[in-house]
Design a protein around this ligand. Structure first.
Ligand SMILES: Cc1cc2nc3c(=O)[nH]c(=O)nc-3n(C[C@H](O)[C@H](O)[C@H](O)COP(=O)(O)OP(=O)(O)OC[C@H]3O[C@@H](n4cnc5c(N)ncnc54)[C@H](O)[C@@H]3O)c2cc1C
Length: 438
Protein backbone atom coordinates (compact mmCIF):
# COMPACT_ATOMS: atom_id res chain seq x y z
CA UNK A 1 0.00 0.00 0.00
CA UNK A 2 1.32 3.41 -0.85
CA UNK A 3 1.33 5.99 1.91
CA UNK A 4 -0.20 9.33 1.02
CA UNK A 5 2.05 11.81 2.79
CA UNK A 6 5.64 12.15 3.77
CA UNK A 7 7.91 14.52 5.56
CA UNK A 8 11.57 15.24 5.26
CA UNK A 9 13.93 17.61 6.96
CA UNK A 10 17.34 19.24 6.60
CA UNK A 11 17.59 19.29 2.87
CA UNK A 12 20.75 20.60 1.29
CA UNK A 13 20.62 21.78 -2.29
CA UNK A 14 22.95 19.55 -4.20
CA UNK A 15 22.56 20.56 -7.68
CA UNK A 16 20.44 22.54 -9.98
CA UNK A 17 20.46 21.96 -13.65
CA UNK A 18 18.89 24.46 -15.97
CA UNK A 19 18.30 22.85 -19.31
CA UNK A 20 18.59 25.27 -22.20
CA UNK A 21 15.63 25.93 -24.47
CA UNK A 22 16.37 23.38 -27.20
CA UNK A 23 15.67 20.54 -24.82
CA UNK A 24 12.13 19.87 -26.00
CA UNK A 25 11.73 16.14 -26.30
CA UNK A 26 9.46 15.95 -29.29
CA UNK A 27 11.50 18.60 -30.96
CA UNK A 28 14.55 16.41 -30.80
CA UNK A 29 12.92 13.22 -31.90
CA UNK A 30 11.67 15.22 -34.85
CA UNK A 31 15.10 16.64 -35.44
CA UNK A 32 16.64 13.24 -35.73
CA UNK A 33 14.24 12.33 -38.46
CA UNK A 34 14.99 15.57 -40.26
CA UNK A 35 18.70 15.10 -39.83
CA UNK A 36 18.54 11.69 -41.38
CA UNK A 37 16.94 13.27 -44.43
CA UNK A 38 19.34 16.15 -44.59
CA UNK A 39 22.62 14.36 -44.16
CA UNK A 40 24.16 13.40 -47.39
CA UNK A 41 26.67 10.63 -46.90
CA UNK A 42 27.59 10.86 -50.56
CA UNK A 43 27.70 14.50 -51.58
CA UNK A 44 25.53 15.42 -54.53
CA UNK A 45 26.47 17.98 -57.11
CA UNK A 46 23.83 20.38 -55.81
CA UNK A 47 25.56 20.60 -52.46
CA UNK A 48 29.08 20.28 -53.72
CA UNK A 49 31.57 23.09 -53.40
CA UNK A 50 34.71 23.25 -55.46
CA UNK A 51 37.76 24.11 -53.41
CA UNK A 52 41.47 23.61 -53.59
CA UNK A 53 42.49 25.82 -50.70
CA UNK A 54 42.81 23.31 -47.85
CA UNK A 55 45.11 20.38 -47.31
CA UNK A 56 43.21 18.54 -44.62
CA UNK A 57 44.60 15.57 -42.75
CA UNK A 58 42.49 12.56 -43.56
CA UNK A 59 41.34 10.21 -40.88
CA UNK A 60 43.66 7.20 -41.14
CA UNK A 61 41.44 5.52 -43.68
CA UNK A 62 39.67 8.03 -45.97
CA UNK A 63 36.71 5.66 -46.04
CA UNK A 64 36.22 6.32 -42.33
CA UNK A 65 32.84 7.94 -41.67
CA UNK A 66 32.78 10.84 -39.21
CA UNK A 67 30.08 10.95 -36.56
CA UNK A 68 29.65 14.35 -34.89
CA UNK A 69 28.09 14.26 -31.41
CA UNK A 70 28.42 11.55 -28.78
CA UNK A 71 24.87 11.63 -27.37
CA UNK A 72 22.50 8.69 -27.76
CA UNK A 73 21.97 9.46 -31.46
CA UNK A 74 25.70 9.59 -32.26
CA UNK A 75 26.44 6.51 -30.15
CA UNK A 76 23.61 4.56 -31.78
CA UNK A 77 24.74 5.58 -35.25
CA UNK A 78 28.30 4.55 -34.39
CA UNK A 79 27.07 1.20 -33.08
CA UNK A 80 25.29 0.63 -36.37
CA UNK A 81 28.37 1.58 -38.40
CA UNK A 82 30.56 -0.67 -36.27
CA UNK A 83 28.27 -3.67 -36.60
CA UNK A 84 28.10 -3.05 -40.36
CA UNK A 85 31.88 -3.02 -40.63
CA UNK A 86 32.09 0.65 -41.65
CA UNK A 87 35.12 2.35 -40.10
CA UNK A 88 34.13 5.52 -38.22
CA UNK A 89 35.40 8.23 -35.92
CA UNK A 90 33.07 9.81 -33.36
CA UNK A 91 33.87 13.43 -32.45
CA UNK A 92 32.39 14.69 -29.18
CA UNK A 93 32.76 18.29 -28.07
CA UNK A 94 32.55 17.69 -24.32
CA UNK A 95 34.62 15.62 -21.92
CA UNK A 96 32.37 12.57 -21.99
CA UNK A 97 29.84 10.67 -24.03
CA UNK A 98 26.09 10.73 -23.45
CA UNK A 99 25.03 14.31 -24.23
CA UNK A 100 21.84 14.82 -22.27
CA UNK A 101 22.01 11.27 -20.95
CA UNK A 102 24.85 11.64 -18.46
CA UNK A 103 25.20 11.24 -14.73
CA UNK A 104 27.53 13.19 -12.46
CA UNK A 105 28.85 11.76 -9.26
CA UNK A 106 28.89 14.38 -6.48
CA UNK A 107 29.81 13.49 -2.90
CA UNK A 108 28.54 9.94 -3.34
CA UNK A 109 25.25 11.01 -4.99
CA UNK A 110 24.41 10.16 -8.58
CA UNK A 111 22.94 13.20 -10.29
CA UNK A 112 21.39 12.57 -13.67
CA UNK A 113 21.49 15.61 -15.92
CA UNK A 114 17.83 16.30 -15.40
CA UNK A 115 15.10 13.93 -14.28
CA UNK A 116 15.03 11.05 -16.69
CA UNK A 117 13.30 7.71 -16.79
CA UNK A 118 14.31 4.76 -18.91
CA UNK A 119 11.28 2.92 -20.28
CA UNK A 120 12.31 -0.63 -21.03
CA UNK A 121 9.90 -1.01 -23.95
CA UNK A 122 11.69 1.46 -26.23
CA UNK A 123 12.22 -0.67 -29.35
CA UNK A 124 15.63 0.75 -30.29
CA UNK A 125 16.89 0.40 -26.74
CA UNK A 126 15.87 -3.26 -26.73
CA UNK A 127 18.00 -3.81 -29.80
CA UNK A 128 21.04 -1.89 -28.58
CA UNK A 129 21.32 -2.36 -24.84
CA UNK A 130 22.13 -5.19 -22.48
CA UNK A 131 19.44 -4.61 -19.84
CA UNK A 132 20.75 -7.15 -17.37
CA UNK A 133 24.06 -5.36 -16.86
CA UNK A 134 22.26 -2.03 -16.43
CA UNK A 135 20.70 -3.56 -13.34
CA UNK A 136 17.50 -1.59 -13.80
CA UNK A 137 15.50 -0.43 -10.77
CA UNK A 138 11.77 -0.04 -11.23
CA UNK A 139 9.42 2.81 -10.42
CA UNK A 140 5.89 2.08 -9.24
CA UNK A 141 3.64 1.96 -12.33
CA UNK A 142 1.57 4.99 -11.58
CA UNK A 143 2.01 8.15 -9.60
CA UNK A 144 0.86 10.01 -6.53
CA UNK A 145 -0.82 13.28 -7.35
CA UNK A 146 -0.81 16.22 -4.96
CA UNK A 147 -4.21 17.85 -5.06
CA UNK A 148 -6.27 19.69 -2.49
CA UNK A 149 -3.69 19.23 0.25
CA UNK A 150 -3.42 15.44 -0.13
CA UNK A 151 -1.79 12.80 -2.27
CA UNK A 152 -3.97 10.60 -4.46
CA UNK A 153 -2.80 7.47 -6.23
CA UNK A 154 -3.14 6.96 -9.96
CA UNK A 155 -2.22 3.34 -10.71
CA UNK A 156 -1.70 1.23 -13.80
CA UNK A 157 -4.80 -1.00 -13.71
CA UNK A 158 -2.96 -4.00 -15.17
CA UNK A 159 0.07 -3.99 -12.87
CA UNK A 160 -1.66 -2.70 -9.74
CA UNK A 161 -5.26 -3.76 -10.18
CA UNK A 162 -6.41 -3.33 -6.59
CA UNK A 163 -4.66 0.03 -6.23
CA UNK A 164 -6.45 1.15 -9.38
CA UNK A 165 -9.82 -0.06 -8.11
CA UNK A 166 -9.19 1.81 -4.88
CA UNK A 167 -8.59 5.03 -6.78
CA UNK A 168 -11.75 4.95 -8.90
CA UNK A 169 -13.49 7.58 -6.83
CA UNK A 170 -10.55 9.78 -5.92
CA UNK A 171 -10.66 13.39 -7.21
CA UNK A 172 -8.02 12.84 -9.89
CA UNK A 173 -10.63 12.55 -12.60
CA UNK A 174 -13.99 10.87 -12.80
CA UNK A 175 -14.75 7.15 -12.89
CA UNK A 176 -15.30 7.55 -16.64
CA UNK A 177 -11.80 9.07 -16.94
CA UNK A 178 -10.30 6.02 -15.30
CA UNK A 179 -12.17 3.72 -17.65
CA UNK A 180 -11.00 5.87 -20.56
CA UNK A 181 -7.40 5.40 -19.42
CA UNK A 182 -7.98 1.63 -19.66
CA UNK A 183 -9.44 2.07 -23.16
CA UNK A 184 -6.52 4.26 -24.21
CA UNK A 185 -4.19 1.48 -23.17
CA UNK A 186 -6.06 -0.99 -25.37
CA UNK A 187 -6.19 1.51 -28.27
CA UNK A 188 -2.45 2.24 -28.33
CA UNK A 189 -1.50 -1.40 -27.89
CA UNK A 190 -3.39 -2.27 -31.05
CA UNK A 191 -1.26 0.11 -33.11
CA UNK A 192 2.16 -0.67 -34.53
CA UNK A 193 4.86 1.94 -34.01
CA UNK A 194 4.70 2.73 -37.73
CA UNK A 195 0.96 3.37 -37.48
CA UNK A 196 1.57 5.62 -34.51
CA UNK A 197 4.25 7.69 -36.21
CA UNK A 198 2.55 8.00 -39.60
CA UNK A 199 -1.05 8.58 -38.52
CA UNK A 200 -2.60 12.06 -38.54
CA UNK A 201 -1.63 14.14 -35.54
CA UNK A 202 -3.23 16.74 -33.30
CA UNK A 203 -1.99 18.40 -30.12
CA UNK A 204 -2.32 16.06 -27.12
CA UNK A 205 -4.81 18.41 -25.46
CA UNK A 206 -7.18 18.10 -28.43
CA UNK A 207 -6.80 14.34 -28.46
CA UNK A 208 -7.66 14.04 -24.78
CA UNK A 209 -10.69 16.31 -25.09
CA UNK A 210 -11.91 14.51 -28.19
CA UNK A 211 -11.87 11.22 -26.30
CA UNK A 212 -13.97 12.75 -23.57
CA UNK A 213 -11.44 13.07 -20.75
CA UNK A 214 -12.64 15.58 -18.17
CA UNK A 215 -10.79 18.81 -17.46
CA UNK A 216 -10.13 17.55 -13.94
CA UNK A 217 -8.01 14.59 -15.06
CA UNK A 218 -6.36 16.71 -17.76
CA UNK A 219 -5.31 19.34 -15.20
CA UNK A 220 -4.54 17.06 -12.29
CA UNK A 221 -2.86 14.15 -14.06
CA UNK A 222 -2.12 14.63 -17.77
CA UNK A 223 -0.62 18.12 -17.44
CA UNK A 224 1.93 17.22 -14.77
CA UNK A 225 2.63 13.71 -16.08
CA UNK A 226 2.88 14.18 -19.84
CA UNK A 227 3.75 17.85 -19.37
CA UNK A 228 6.72 16.61 -17.36
CA UNK A 229 7.78 14.21 -20.08
CA UNK A 230 7.50 16.77 -22.89
CA UNK A 231 8.26 19.92 -20.79
CA UNK A 232 4.89 21.08 -22.03
CA UNK A 233 2.09 21.62 -19.54
CA UNK A 234 -0.04 23.12 -22.33
CA UNK A 235 0.00 19.66 -23.94
CA UNK A 236 0.64 21.07 -27.40
CA UNK A 237 3.00 18.20 -28.25
CA UNK A 238 1.94 15.88 -31.04
CA UNK A 239 -0.52 13.09 -30.28
CA UNK A 240 1.89 10.69 -32.00
CA UNK A 241 4.36 11.02 -29.17
CA UNK A 242 1.56 10.69 -26.63
CA UNK A 243 0.54 7.38 -28.21
CA UNK A 244 4.13 6.18 -28.44
CA UNK A 245 4.93 6.96 -24.80
CA UNK A 246 1.57 5.60 -23.58
CA UNK A 247 2.23 2.37 -25.48
CA UNK A 248 5.79 2.15 -24.16
CA UNK A 249 4.54 2.68 -20.60
CA UNK A 250 1.94 -0.06 -21.08
CA UNK A 251 4.49 -2.53 -22.44
CA UNK A 252 7.52 -1.75 -20.31
CA UNK A 253 8.71 -0.67 -16.91
CA UNK A 254 9.81 2.79 -15.83
CA UNK A 255 13.32 2.34 -14.56
CA UNK A 256 16.64 3.84 -13.61
CA UNK A 257 19.94 2.05 -14.16
CA UNK A 258 21.65 1.30 -10.87
CA UNK A 259 24.65 3.49 -11.75
CA UNK A 260 22.61 6.36 -13.14
CA UNK A 261 20.97 7.17 -16.44
CA UNK A 262 24.41 7.88 -17.93
CA UNK A 263 25.18 4.18 -17.74
CA UNK A 264 23.05 3.75 -20.86
CA UNK A 265 25.46 5.95 -22.82
CA UNK A 266 28.49 4.39 -21.14
CA UNK A 267 27.33 0.94 -22.12
CA UNK A 268 26.91 1.94 -25.76
CA UNK A 269 30.35 3.59 -25.79
CA UNK A 270 32.01 0.61 -24.10
CA UNK A 271 31.08 -1.62 -27.03
CA UNK A 272 32.87 0.63 -29.51
CA UNK A 273 36.64 0.53 -30.12
CA UNK A 274 38.20 3.04 -27.74
CA UNK A 275 40.22 4.73 -30.48
CA UNK A 276 37.01 5.43 -32.42
CA UNK A 277 35.82 8.07 -29.94
CA UNK A 278 37.52 11.43 -29.55
CA UNK A 279 36.36 13.59 -26.67
CA UNK A 280 36.97 17.36 -26.33
CA UNK A 281 36.78 17.59 -30.12
CA UNK A 282 34.31 20.29 -31.10
CA UNK A 283 33.53 20.53 -34.79
CA UNK A 284 33.21 24.09 -36.05
CA UNK A 285 32.48 23.57 -39.73
CA UNK A 286 31.56 20.97 -42.29
CA UNK A 287 32.16 21.37 -46.00
CA UNK A 288 31.44 19.06 -48.86
CA UNK A 289 34.19 19.30 -51.40
CA UNK A 290 34.93 18.01 -54.85
CA UNK A 291 37.99 17.71 -57.03
CA UNK A 292 37.54 16.20 -60.46
CA UNK A 293 35.49 13.07 -59.80
CA UNK A 294 36.40 12.76 -56.10
CA UNK A 295 34.05 13.90 -53.33
CA UNK A 296 34.79 14.16 -49.66
CA UNK A 297 33.52 15.87 -46.58
CA UNK A 298 35.87 18.14 -44.76
CA UNK A 299 35.34 18.65 -41.05
CA UNK A 300 37.15 21.40 -39.17
CA UNK A 301 37.73 21.13 -35.43
CA UNK A 302 37.99 23.92 -32.90
CA UNK A 303 41.70 23.19 -32.43
CA UNK A 304 42.33 23.97 -36.10
CA UNK A 305 42.64 20.36 -37.20
CA UNK A 306 40.83 19.31 -40.37
CA UNK A 307 39.65 15.81 -41.10
CA UNK A 308 38.30 14.56 -44.37
CA UNK A 309 36.19 11.56 -45.13
CA UNK A 310 35.16 10.15 -48.45
CA UNK A 311 32.33 8.24 -46.84
CA UNK A 312 30.69 11.22 -45.20
CA UNK A 313 29.40 12.60 -41.95
CA UNK A 314 26.58 11.77 -39.57
CA UNK A 315 25.55 14.86 -37.68
CA UNK A 316 24.00 14.04 -34.30
CA UNK A 317 24.00 17.31 -32.37
CA UNK A 318 21.30 19.55 -30.90
CA UNK A 319 19.17 21.40 -33.43
CA UNK A 320 20.66 24.91 -33.02
CA UNK A 321 24.16 23.49 -33.32
CA UNK A 322 23.18 21.44 -36.37
CA UNK A 323 21.75 24.55 -38.00
CA UNK A 324 24.96 26.43 -37.28
CA UNK A 325 27.15 23.70 -38.74
CA UNK A 326 24.96 23.24 -41.78
CA UNK A 327 24.48 26.93 -42.45
CA UNK A 328 25.53 28.14 -45.87
CA UNK A 329 25.92 25.53 -48.52
CA UNK A 330 24.38 22.60 -46.68
CA UNK A 331 21.35 23.80 -44.81
CA UNK A 332 18.05 23.02 -46.42
CA UNK A 333 16.13 26.18 -45.73
CA UNK A 334 13.29 25.60 -43.29
CA UNK A 335 10.79 28.39 -43.55
CA UNK A 336 8.45 27.12 -40.88
CA UNK A 337 8.00 29.42 -37.93
CA UNK A 338 9.66 27.77 -34.98
CA UNK A 339 8.10 27.72 -31.57
CA UNK A 340 10.44 28.61 -28.73
CA UNK A 341 12.23 25.62 -27.24
CA UNK A 342 10.97 24.01 -24.05
CA UNK A 343 13.02 23.78 -20.91
CA UNK A 344 13.23 22.24 -17.51
CA UNK A 345 15.09 22.87 -14.28
CA UNK A 346 16.05 20.01 -12.01
CA UNK A 347 17.05 20.59 -8.40
CA UNK A 348 18.58 17.96 -6.21
CA UNK A 349 18.45 17.93 -2.41
CA UNK A 350 19.95 15.55 0.08
CA UNK A 351 18.31 14.36 3.26
CA UNK A 352 18.85 11.74 5.92
CA UNK A 353 17.36 8.48 4.70
CA UNK A 354 15.70 7.94 8.05
CA UNK A 355 13.77 11.16 7.58
CA UNK A 356 12.05 9.94 4.44
CA UNK A 357 8.87 8.30 5.64
CA UNK A 358 8.03 6.73 2.29
CA UNK A 359 10.02 3.88 0.83
CA UNK A 360 7.77 3.66 -2.24
CA UNK A 361 9.59 4.08 -5.55
CA UNK A 362 6.90 6.39 -6.79
CA UNK A 363 6.76 9.62 -8.80
CA UNK A 364 4.97 12.55 -7.13
CA UNK A 365 3.09 14.93 -9.40
CA UNK A 366 1.79 18.39 -8.72
CA UNK A 367 -1.87 18.28 -9.73
CA UNK A 368 -2.84 21.29 -7.64
CA UNK A 369 -2.46 23.81 -10.46
CA UNK A 370 -0.46 25.99 -8.06
CA UNK A 371 3.25 26.53 -7.60
CA UNK A 372 6.26 25.88 -9.79
CA UNK A 373 7.09 22.26 -8.94
CA UNK A 374 5.93 19.86 -11.61
CA UNK A 375 7.12 16.58 -10.16
CA UNK A 376 9.51 15.10 -7.63
CA UNK A 377 10.73 11.76 -6.39
CA UNK A 378 13.11 10.23 -3.91
CA UNK A 379 15.73 8.79 -6.24
CA UNK A 380 17.19 6.61 -3.50
CA UNK A 381 13.87 4.85 -3.00
CA UNK A 382 14.00 3.75 -6.65
CA UNK A 383 17.74 3.02 -6.71
CA UNK A 384 19.51 3.14 -3.31
CA UNK A 385 22.80 3.47 -5.20
CA UNK A 386 21.83 7.09 -6.04
CA UNK A 387 23.01 8.17 -2.58
CA UNK A 388 25.72 7.27 -0.09
CA UNK A 389 24.77 5.03 2.84
CA UNK A 390 22.18 6.64 5.09
CA UNK A 391 21.40 9.50 2.72
CA UNK A 392 18.42 10.14 0.48
CA UNK A 393 18.47 11.99 -2.81
CA UNK A 394 15.46 14.16 -3.62
CA UNK A 395 14.94 15.22 -7.25
CA UNK A 396 12.57 18.08 -8.04
CA UNK A 397 11.65 19.15 -11.57
CA UNK A 398 10.21 22.42 -12.80
CA UNK A 399 8.97 23.18 -16.30
CA UNK A 400 10.55 26.29 -17.82
CA UNK A 401 13.94 27.91 -17.49
CA UNK A 402 13.29 30.47 -14.71
CA UNK A 403 16.19 32.55 -15.96
CA UNK A 404 14.80 35.67 -14.36
CA UNK A 405 14.78 34.07 -10.88
CA UNK A 406 18.00 33.98 -8.85
CA UNK A 407 19.12 30.49 -7.82
CA UNK A 408 18.64 31.15 -4.11
CA UNK A 409 15.13 32.47 -4.65
CA UNK A 410 14.24 29.49 -6.77
CA UNK A 411 15.53 27.05 -4.16
CA UNK A 412 13.63 28.92 -1.44
CA UNK A 413 10.41 28.78 -3.42
CA UNK A 414 10.82 25.07 -4.12
CA UNK A 415 11.51 24.31 -0.47
CA UNK A 416 8.47 26.36 0.54
CA UNK A 417 6.28 24.36 -1.81
CA UNK A 418 7.73 21.08 -0.64
CA UNK A 419 6.93 22.15 2.90
CA UNK A 420 3.31 22.68 1.88
CA UNK A 421 3.39 19.20 0.43
CA UNK A 422 4.78 18.15 3.80
CA UNK A 423 7.84 16.88 1.90
CA UNK A 424 10.28 19.19 3.62
CA UNK A 425 9.56 20.39 7.12
CA UNK A 426 12.68 22.35 7.79
CA UNK A 427 14.02 24.82 5.30
CA UNK A 428 17.40 24.72 3.84
CA UNK A 429 20.11 24.32 6.44
CA UNK A 430 23.12 25.13 4.35
CA UNK A 431 24.21 25.06 0.78
CA UNK A 432 27.71 23.75 1.07
CA UNK A 433 27.30 20.99 -1.47
CA UNK A 434 28.16 22.44 -4.86
CA UNK A 435 26.14 22.44 -7.95
CA UNK A 436 27.73 19.88 -10.18
CA UNK A 437 27.17 21.20 -13.61
CA UNK A 438 26.01 24.21 -15.57
C1 LIG B 1 15.96 16.82 -18.62
C2 LIG B 1 15.69 15.81 -19.70
C3 LIG B 1 14.94 14.71 -19.41
C4 LIG B 1 14.69 13.76 -20.36
N1 LIG B 1 14.01 12.65 -20.01
C5 LIG B 1 13.87 11.65 -20.89
C6 LIG B 1 13.26 10.44 -20.48
O1 LIG B 1 12.87 10.30 -19.32
N2 LIG B 1 13.13 9.45 -21.38
C7 LIG B 1 13.58 9.62 -22.66
O2 LIG B 1 13.46 8.70 -23.45
N3 LIG B 1 14.16 10.76 -23.10
C8 LIG B 1 14.31 11.77 -22.23
N4 LIG B 1 14.90 12.93 -22.62
C9 LIG B 1 15.29 13.09 -24.02
C10 LIG B 1 16.62 12.44 -24.34
O3 LIG B 1 17.56 12.76 -23.34
C11 LIG B 1 17.08 12.98 -25.69
O4 LIG B 1 16.10 12.72 -26.66
C12 LIG B 1 18.36 12.33 -26.16
O5 LIG B 1 19.31 12.26 -25.14
C13 LIG B 1 18.92 13.13 -27.31
O6 LIG B 1 20.13 12.53 -27.73
P1 LIG B 1 20.97 13.16 -28.90
O7 LIG B 1 22.12 12.28 -29.11
O8 LIG B 1 20.09 13.44 -30.06
O9 LIG B 1 21.39 14.61 -28.41
P2 LIG B 1 22.34 15.06 -27.18
O10 LIG B 1 22.15 14.18 -26.02
O11 LIG B 1 22.08 16.51 -27.01
O12 LIG B 1 23.79 14.84 -27.76
C14 LIG B 1 24.41 15.74 -28.63
C15 LIG B 1 25.91 15.62 -28.41
O13 LIG B 1 26.58 16.35 -29.41
C16 LIG B 1 27.67 17.03 -28.82
N5 LIG B 1 27.96 18.18 -29.66
C17 LIG B 1 27.23 19.31 -29.81
N6 LIG B 1 27.81 20.13 -30.69
C18 LIG B 1 28.94 19.51 -31.12
C19 LIG B 1 29.97 19.85 -32.03
N7 LIG B 1 29.96 21.02 -32.69
N8 LIG B 1 31.00 19.00 -32.22
C20 LIG B 1 31.04 17.81 -31.56
N9 LIG B 1 30.08 17.43 -30.67
C21 LIG B 1 29.04 18.27 -30.46
C22 LIG B 1 27.14 17.42 -27.45
O14 LIG B 1 28.20 17.70 -26.55
C23 LIG B 1 26.37 16.18 -27.07
O15 LIG B 1 27.17 15.23 -26.41
C24 LIG B 1 15.16 13.94 -21.68
C25 LIG B 1 15.89 15.07 -22.01
C26 LIG B 1 16.17 16.00 -21.02
C27 LIG B 1 16.99 17.22 -21.39
Amino acid sequence: MISTSFSLSTSDPLHRLREPPPSRLHHHLHLHRRLRRRISLFPTSATTRQTTTTTPSTVKDPKTAIVIGGGLAGLSASTKLYSSGVPFLLLEASDGVGGRVRTDSVDGFLLDRGFQIFITAYPEAQKLLDYSSLNLKKFYSGAKVYFDGKFHVVADPVRHFWDAVGTLVNPIGTVVDKLLIGLTRIRVLQKSDEEIFYCSEVPIIELLRSWGFSESIIDRFFRPFFGGIFFDRELETTSRLFDFIFKSLALGDNTLPEKGIGEISNQLASKLPSDSIRLNSRVISIQIEKQKSAHWVSVKLENGEELRSETGVILAVEEPEAEKLLAGTLLVSDKRVKKPGRSTVCLYFSAEKAQIPSSDPVLYLNGSGKGIINNMFFATTVAPSYGPPGKALVSVSLIGLFNDVADDDLVAQVVRELSEWRAVEALLQDSKVPRAIN
